[in-house]
Design a protein around this ligand. Sequence first.
Ligand SMILES: O=C(O)C1=C[C@@H](OP(=O)(O)O)[C@@H](O)[C@H](O)C1
Ligand SMILES: C=C(OP(=O)(O)O)C(=O)O
Length: 438
Amino acid sequence: MAPNPAPTALWPAPHASEAVDATVHVPGSKSVTNRALVLAALASEPGWLRRPLRSRDTLLMAAALREMGVGIEEGVGPDGTGETWRVLPAGLRGPATVDVGNAGTVMRFLPPVAALADGPIRFDGDPRSYERPLNGVIDALRVLGARIDDDGRGALPLTVHGGGALDGGPVEIDASSSSQFVSALLLSGPRFNQGVEVRHTGSALPSMPHIRMTVDMLRSVGAQVDTPESGGEPNVWRVTPGALLGRDLTIEPDLSNAQPFLAAALVTGGRIVVPDWPARTTQPGDRLREIFTEMGGSCELTEYGLVFTASGAIHGIDVDLGEVGELTPGIAAVAALADSPSTLRGVAHLRLHETDRLAALTKEINELGGDVTETADGLHIRPRRLHGGIFHTYEDHRMATAGAIIGLAVEGVRIENVATTAKTLPDFPELWTGMLGA
Ligand SMILES: O=C(O)C1=C[C@@H](OP(=O)(O)O)[C@@H](O)[C@H](O)C1
Ligand SMILES: C=C(OP(=O)(O)O)C(=O)O
């Protein structure tokens, strides 16, 4: 966690004087949009993404692919409706420079794509991107035949010297620090000469739903993938070499970004409707239906979407969030307002996310009068009466939305740099005030 930046821009978090009752149209999923962009770029024919998320992380992904020669055009879908990106795959080429910002999906998913390009591709990003682990991807790509120049730390910045093709084959990695290492190798795997066999050898692998999302999306564009769940060995994924289809894909709403709005219903005793909540999805945010029900709400999933209704009470929870780590900041915020203590476990890897999220949540909730302690792999949260103050966000979009949740219930919370929500939800302040009817 970086030291507190000077709190130049402070956003007075709206305080809710009554229960929220609103319908919130949540923009598209970051994780689905960025996988769809990579798969469309690697396909053998054009494809369409409908209702893609347009946020910092996805615009960086699109810009990087364009840099490598891929055509991504603004347009309307094949049936003439909806905002769409048309992706025109082309021979990938360098020299090119990729700005990853602080997007885990860009810094992990694109080096394997760059290894397929013809020419050098330089990767650089925000200062925090230098601290986020990338060793699993770098080491694996070298084993699979790539040439990479880095400074030996297993992190950015680096240059991938693409040779136009990559051998591929079997590789062992320790992905306990990020599931994105596995997803990265699988996504480009169909284009490696021998495909790829990824064997995870480390301790617990986080964020399994995101790996399932990768596998599902690969299969939907025609790739053959064998997984532990389809009868393969535990911790081993195999992708067969082959051409990928161009698809017409509508991007689901981002269920992790639906979290602050559902939390708003919980903490104000209100009701939120999220249209187009998918009936079946690999997104980890779908677990919110279960988690926020245990914390005091109830869910009705209809053809229109999700109707989430609070009971008025907020209960603490004891839960392993290892599969759904990105939900931790929002759950911690609700837990700080609950009627009983909470224990959030299985999320040690959050120390290497946008910021050290365990340290940041502890410090910021405690500075508002809370009682949070860090454990080896999570947080203990004992609810206390909170007071207003500055909620620092450490350039972490989910810290900003966590602070906004607390601000609904606690007067005088001011959020530093709410604009950092642009990483995945540029419209957050407007959606939030819109939800409150302001
Ligand atoms: O593959 C993905 O789209 C993601 C995987 C997860 O990463 P980690 O496994 O590094 O936590 C998640 O936290 C991140 O927000 C998105
Ligand atoms: C961890 C996250 O992002 P990234 O894709 O940068 O890892 C997140 O969005 O919570």
